[in-house]
Each structure stands twice: as structure tokens, then as C-alpha cells.
Design a protein around this ligand. Sequence first.
Ligand SMILES: [Zn+2]
Length: 441
Amino acid sequence: MQSCDTLLFAEIIVTQDESRSIIYNGGVAISEGNIMCIDTAAAVRSQYTSENVMELGNSLLMPGLINSHTHAAMTLLRGAADDLPLMDWLNNHIFPVEQNLTAEKVELGALLACAEMTRYGTTSFCDMYLIEDATYKAVDQSGLRVLGGEGLFMFPSPAYPDFDAGIKLVRELEAKWNKHPRIRQAVMPHAVYTTTPEILTTCREVAEELDIPIHIHLAETPAETKACVESFGKRPVEYAHSLGLLSGRTTVAHAVDVTDDEISLLAETGTNVAHNPESNMKLASGMAPVEKMLAKGVNVTLGTDGAASNNALNMFTEMASCAFLHKVQLLDPTAASAQTVLDMATCNGARTMGQSDIGSLAVGNQADIIAIDLTQPNLLPMHNPVSQLVYSTTGAEVHMSMVAGEVLYRDGKYLKIDYPALIDAAKDVAKWVQKKIQKRS
Ligand SMILES: [Zn+2]
């Protein structure tokens, strides 16, 4: 008998391992944050003991979901302005608030995002925002895992006066946080229309020098393509490629307006695509050709984008939206199958995070695990766990979330976040956000 830190037992385990195995009456042994053993409950019980045994009964265990593109602190703007033309929405509602952000406000918004993601089964996320240091503080507190980056622009941000100071800040943040077990960094130029060729080249060079990923919004709308052709003589994907930006190091968010040749280019260069179907629908950006990208071998992942354009950070509802969108896009009910979409939200997302030890439950991997209550009426009866996860689960059935073996949320209670205080702070900040918007309009 070996002793371990924690033992979990549950009726079903959807592992998302290489053979996509599902274990019925399963168990997981965890030590020092890693999975030591994952097998039938009988096999685990015969080999391991622990002082911390969680008998989760009629539950389903699975890897925590990976939100591969978001702007966590935009929770501050959730519902503050909707159903507006894009430029009115940005110029008169989003930017007036963002220009006045402080570290304190960003940390609050990010903590709220972490609370939401923890509650609804997301354990890792890719985040691009302003004053990202404050987001890292929220992640440190909440226990989640992040690949983050300071959003880099050609104009000043609340975090820096110009791009040179911005890229210096990236280096400082890397030095400050790179020993943190759950916080990793990427170089994150915002988009082709908010940067210059020189800025994008510097971003690539710094990412290569520090050996960290690159994350950028790309080809989100036909309007972006038009502006890119006018400014740089090339469509966004071609333009990014001409600057050496496309590679296995890079994740592009959106890739909505892409041609077949551009999809081939994304595949050949190993570039990852973070797909954000609900944001693309809400902002009327278009429908990304996800099935074509997958068929050509592009690693397509799933994200929510920020809470101002979704308006939730819920990867369960995002999975259902993704499946439905591509079925109707192609008028083909076999498109975007449940297993395909679950892969996007788990193992594919792990590649974007640059971590092969998350996104699936296997020996040696991080114990980033969520538990779903299978007694809820919307999950009965159980014919096919993967179908149930993508088409029926809302996220509200998550009753336990764990990262690196540490329980962050269980049975309605946050173990790392003072949630009542967060509710009060969210009420207060709403008044501040509304004042900033009213001042402008
Ligand atoms: Zn975005």
C-alpha cells in the first residue's frame, strides 16, 4: 500500500487521455499536485491509502476546462453595454472605462472572473489585458492557472506610456512571475490594427528570446481584413506570416475571416487558433471555418473572449454554442461533434497553454480536476457522458474544482476567495463603471 495526499472516487471519469478512455466506477490518487494513479476504484483502493478520501459517488470527474482566450477583468463591463454597433460599443462604452482602469480595479475584475471560472469548471485560461500584473495577483489568490500577457498596443495603455515601456514591462513581469507554479506568460500584441510591423517584429523577437508563447487577435472580422489590406497591402494572416509571427509558439484568437490558403498556412506553420463562437456571434463578427481548420490539422481551441462580448465565462455553454453554430453554418448535423468540441476545450487548449500535463487526466499530469453532480435532472438518464457534457451540462452542476490537487471550490463554497466580500466589491464597482460610461455619452 502506498499513501498519497488525496484519493477521489466517482461513478464516471472522462479522462480525455490519448485513447479518450472513460472509466466507470473510477478512482484517482494524487500526490504533490500530480496524478499518481487513475484506474477503476477497486484497483486504486487496492494500491493507495490517504487521510483525505473524497467519495464523490454519483459524480463525473473530468479535466478542468481550458478557456483559451479571454480578458478576465472585463467582467467589470459585463452587461454595461450590449446590442450596439461595434465602434459605438468600443469608443463610447468599453474604452472610456478601460482608459481609467487601475491595478485595484483590474484585480477585482480578474478575481470575479476567477470565481466564475472556478464555479463553472474552468481551471486554466489564456488572458490578455491591461495591467496584467493585477490579474496575476488574482490568479495567485484564486488558485487557478493562467497563461497571461500584457496587451501591447502602439498607443499608451493604463500600464505604460508607449510600446517601448510596454515591452519592458513584459520583461519585468516575466522576471517577477516566472517561478510561479501556476502563472505563465506570453507576449501578447493586441491585434494587427493596434500595432505596427515594427512592434510585431519586436514582439516575435522577445518571445523567441524569452522562449514564451505569442497570443494575438487575428482575422476577427471582414472589416479588419479590409483595413489590413489598406494599411499593409496584405490580409491579416498573410501579413502576420510575412513578419514571422505564425508558428507553433503562436495562438491567434478568432481566425474568422480566413481563406482556404490561409487555413493551409495556419496548418503548415503549426499556429494554434483560439475559437470564440459566442463572442463572434454576439459581436456579429462571422463564423470561423472551424471544420475546415480541423480537417487541415490546425489545433483549434475554445475560448469565451471577454465577459463584455459573451457575456459569461462559461466553457460548458460555450461548448454547446460551438457545436450548434458549426452544424447550422454547414447545414450538417455531423459537424463539430461532441467529442471534437470537448477536445477543443481540454487537450487542444493545453497546447495553447504550452502545457502537455493539463487538459487530460493521466498518470503524471497535473491534478486539475472538476466533479459534476450526475443526480441533476438535466443529466438523467446517462447514455453517453461526452454527449451529456457538451449538450446538457450548464456548468451549474460542477460541485468541486481542483487545481494541482488543491480544492478551490466545493459544494457551493470557495476555499480561496472571500466570496461575500467579492459580491460587495462588485456592487460598488458597477457604480464607478456606469459613471465613466455616462461621462462619455
Ligand atoms: Zn479577445
